[in-house]
Design a protein around this ligand. Structure first.
Ligand SMILES: *Cc1c(COP(=O)(O)O)cnc(C)c1O
Length: 231
C-alpha cells in the first residue's frame, strides 16, 4: 500500500518534470507521451498507477507482459502497451497480439515476421526502429550508418509503416549527442516520433524532440531482478 502510494506520488512528480521540460523547450506537453516502464513489477505495484490515471505502459519481455497485462486490462480499460525490449522472431505472434506499440524493430528478419503477423492478425501497431546510436557491440538496434537503408527496407520491402526511432544511449556517455543523432536520422527519413529518454535523462531527451519518454525507476522505484515474477 505504502509502496503503491509512493509510485503515485513519483508519477505526479515525473509528469510535472515533463511539463517543465516542455515549457523550457517551448513544446506542448501534449506532444510527449509518458511510457511507464513496469518491467519486473507485479500487478500490485502497477494497479495504483493505473488507478491514478496512467494508461501507457512499457514492458521489455513478451512472456512477462503476457502473464501480467490481460487481467490488468480487464480491470482498467484503455491501456496502451509498449514493447521496449528486444523481440525474438519466435515471439512475434504473441507480441503482435499483445502490444500496441513496438519500439525495437532492428533487423530484416523481425521486420519480415512482424509484417506477416500484423497482416494475419489484422492488427494496427505503431512501430519504431531501434538505432544503436553508440554502436555498442552488445546492444540491439541498427547501426546509425545503416539506419536510413533499413527504414527504407522496412517500408518498401515489408510494407511496414515505421513511425519513429528509438534509442538507448550508452550508460557511460552524455546522452545529448545520442538524442541529437537519433533526431537527425528520424528527420531525414520523415519519422515524426522519437522514443528516447529514461529516468535519468528524459528532460534532456525532451529538449531534443522526444515524443515518447520511457520511465521506469523514477515511477516504480528500484528494480529487484531476483524478485522478478516467474515466467
Ligand atoms: C527498463 C527500460 C527503461 C526504463 O529505465 P529507467 O532507467 O528505469 O527509467 C526504458 N527503456 C528501456 C528499453 C528499458 O529496458
Amino acid at each position: 500500500m505504502a509502496e503503491g502510494q509512493g509510485a503515485v506520488e513519483r508519477l505526479a512528480a515525473v509528469r510535472a518534470e515533463i511539463e517543465k521540460a516542455c515549457r523550457e523547450a517551448g513544446r506542448d506537453p501534449a506532444s510527449v507521451t509518458l511510457v511507464a516502464v513496469s518491467k519486473t513489477f507485479g500487478a500490485d505495484a502497477i494497479q495504483p498507477v493505473l488507478a491514478a490515471g496512467q494508461r501507457v505502459f512499457g514492458e521489455n519481455r513478451v512472456q512477462e507482459a503476457k502473464a501480467k497485462w490481460p487481467a490488468l486490462r480487464e480491470e482498467f480499460p484503455g491501456v496502451e502497451l509498449h514493447l521496449v525490449g528486444p523481440l525474438q522472431s519466435n515471439k512475434a505472434k504473441e507480441a503482435v497480439a499483445l502490444f500496441d506499440v513496438i519500439h525495437t524493430v532492428d533487423r530484416p528478419k523481425i521486420a519480415e515476421v512482424l509484417a506477416a503477423e500484423i497482416a494475419k492478425q489484422g492488427r494496427r501497431l505503431r512501430l519504431f526502429v531501434e538505432v544503436n546510436t553508440g554502436a555498442e557491440p552488445q546492444k540491439a538496434g541498427v547501426l546509425p550508418e545503416n539506419a536510413d537503408a533499413f527504414i527504407a527496407e522496412c517500408r518498401e520491402k515489408y510494407g511496414l509503416a515505421i513511425e519513429g526511432l528509438m534509442c538507448i544511449p550508452p550508460l557511460d556517455e552524455a546522452p545529448a549527442p545520442h538524442f541529437a543523432l537519433a533526431a537527425k536520422i528520424a528527420g531525414r527519413s520523415g519519422l515524426a516520433l522519437l522514443s528516447m529518454g529514461m529516468s535519468a535523462d528524459f528532460a534532456s531527451a525532451i529538449a531534443f524532440g522526444a515524443t515518447h519518454v520511457r520511465v521506469g525507476t523514477a515511477i516504480f522505484g528500484e528494480r529487484h531482478y531476483d524478485q522478478r515474477m516467474s515466467m
